[in-house]
Design a protein around this ligand. Sequence first.
Ligand code: MCN
Ligand code: MOS
Length: 796
Amino acid sequence: MSKDTDLDIGLDRRTIMKLGAGAAAVATTGLAFTGEPALANEPAPTARPSLGAPLSRAEGPLKVAGQARYAIEQKLENMAYGVTVQSTRAAGRIISIDTSAAKALPGVIDVYTHQNSLKINKPTFYGAGGGATEVFTPIQDDIVRFNGMHIALVVAETFEQATEAASLLKVVYEDASPILDLDDPKAKPQPIDAMATAWGDAPAALASAEVKLNATYTTAREYNVPLEPHACIASWADGKITVWEPSQWVGGARGVVAEWLGIPIDNVRVISPYVGGGFGSKIGAHPHVGLACVTSRELGRPIKVSLTRPQTFTGLGGRPATRQNLSIGATKDGKILSIVHESWNETAIDETHVEACNNVTKIMYATPNLTSRLNVVPVNAVMPGWKRGPGENPSAWALESAMDELAYALKMDPLTLRLANWADVDPSNQMPWSTRQLREAYAAGAEAIGWWKRNPEPRSMREGRQLIGYGMAAGAYPMIRTASEAKIVLHASGQIEVLSAGTDIGTGTYTILAQTAADALEVSVGSVMVRLGDTILPRSALAGGSQQANNLAGAVARAAKNARDTLLSLAATDPKSPLAGAKISSLTFEKGVIRPARRTRGGISFADLLKAVGQTRLEVEGNTFAAGATEDMKNGADRSFAQLKGATEGGLSAHSWCAHFVEVRVDEDFGTIRVKRMVSAFDSGRIFNPKLAESQWIGGMIMGLGQTLLEEGYVDQRDGRTVNANFADYAVPVNADVPDVQVISVGIPDMRATALGGKGVGEIGVVGIAPAIGNAVFHATGKRIRSLPITLEKLA
Ligand code: MCN
Ligand code: MOS
């Protein structure tokens, strides 16, 4: 970062300045990033790895060396520690909380409960049912909504003192009878009419169809479990607050913090340069962050609040349990005539999270008749949130399992059935697809796994006591288009900075933005530094909904175009420029050099031009869309949800597509399932960095494997406690569970979907894995399991 920067980067600067060894390591990858001054002196690689090159993650060496400082690793003077206390009952009221023993301990500063509450305003920022976070604000009343709800915050000089004091609170409850899950007879489903879809006359078409299938599919309550638990530092000073919070969307967190505290959005800064995974659970700032913020204001000290791993299971919610009833009516030769669909998902007892279980159902196949209704079921559990592929993931589980069932009922190959029902346009709105390389995905995946060589008969293939099964399934994820802003700073030193509030949650944002700028400015990627994850930087779409890469890279490309235009005009018009007096249209900008278009050599580099005209830096901005900021952005918020989901300005339906093929082995005696191979082909349009995109797809597929075979939140039916709230009992896949995984990209640049022709990558991998495995288990065993996870008890 050069000295003349006008950005106050505070603690970030200190972090960055210390990174001697890490910086050298970064330079060897050929990629500079995040404002590292030493990097300008490193030799830049000569080749120009453009957008599309398989570069390694720019920030990887810093993370490996432990030099990337995560939110709660910030060191602040005079910090106090907050520990939350959680309800041990699922429903009812708190009669009293005796805090005297806790307060008597050395080091304890105060204990906050609803009896001496610090006011936290109800947030509206994400909108009701937005799913990004809960509206629930802790310690504002005596109502017990679920087991594990924050009911107190103990603040002490050290974390250990606060933890001990937290164990000494005496809480007296008045119990009420809780509603614990979807199957609870007391549960009262509520229809979400606004999300119902219908065309044609689906019930009539179903009734008269030659072949009918009806089945109910369920998914279990799941958790996001990123490696970095949810934890933050809030620091109030002079009417302003700074929050270090692992965030997929610092702009959103800023809006919520402002609302919680009742202060202007400009008085809030949220910083999040590194995030140890979120998978949807860090889109919104959760209630413990609100507690940290109000306590810091109250005490005038920085407060750190870290949830323990068990607390992350109830301090915020994951994917809710879902149930779907699906009927398909078809002709004898496999033409779908009707789809009748209804879904139910758990939500908090007094808040609405809708899992859009028809997102894939309504676009995948050409059906002349469809009806779909969604319901939520309030239960005494933490408000659910988003987990990778929310909506699309359970939607594909039901639809793609049902398609397999239909194929077997028709004695048709499952892939042939899908091709027979190919949708030429989006059946839900008749929009043409922007691009849909799904046939190519089917073909590539089938070829790679050897689909046509299998014996399609269930339970027909084996190796000793191991039953062999093949299964396939497909899926989709919409391209969400959201305005984002980026700034490019050209320095007279030759260095280029890219600045945006967007975040890199482990996906590769730092890397692809450096590639985008280098590509557009035709310079070495090593001369580009990227700074992210801070609300003082230009506003960005969230790293969620698989939208950030395309929207933000589009903004960077536009800023780069503006940089080129600005440089040409500076060269032609500034009297001190050696090219002064030239016509702008007669000049070109190539590989960082400005020269008359008729010449092939000579000219002046942008750095020398800046020096010649006496400027140390040149700042340019760019927005994803030609029209610039959205109305919401103009109003000062980053309420980037005013977006076009799955549709382009030109009236096209834009989605990523996938086709998964898996081979499983099921032990005939024990019913244990091992996935042996997974091959998936993806259409995510143009790929910015194949190494990173492949890693994203594979990560999603493995998450899908966890969902299919392992992950399930257990609730104690006596008291609503989440029983397996830890990594020992809530199993996620480890290396030993992960088979041979192959991914294939079949996308083509989709210039009508996004500025650079890419589509979403981050979530599509998890959509459709569960039915692919489930279908393979059916092929292996002849048993159809319709509830996730597929465990050996269910197969027995
Ligand atoms: N990419 C690419 N070419 C494209 C699009 C993307 O090469 N055409 C690559 C880039 O490396 C980019 C990455 O894929 O950084 C993801 O891009 P995108 O699909 O736009 O997704 P976002 O940047 O919006 O990231 C969020 C997305 C979501 S919604 C979840 S959930 C998820 C995911 O990313 N959570 C993750 N992947 C994750 N990966 C990690 N390590 N941690 C998480 O929490
Ligand atoms: Mo992803 S669940 O939209 O963060």
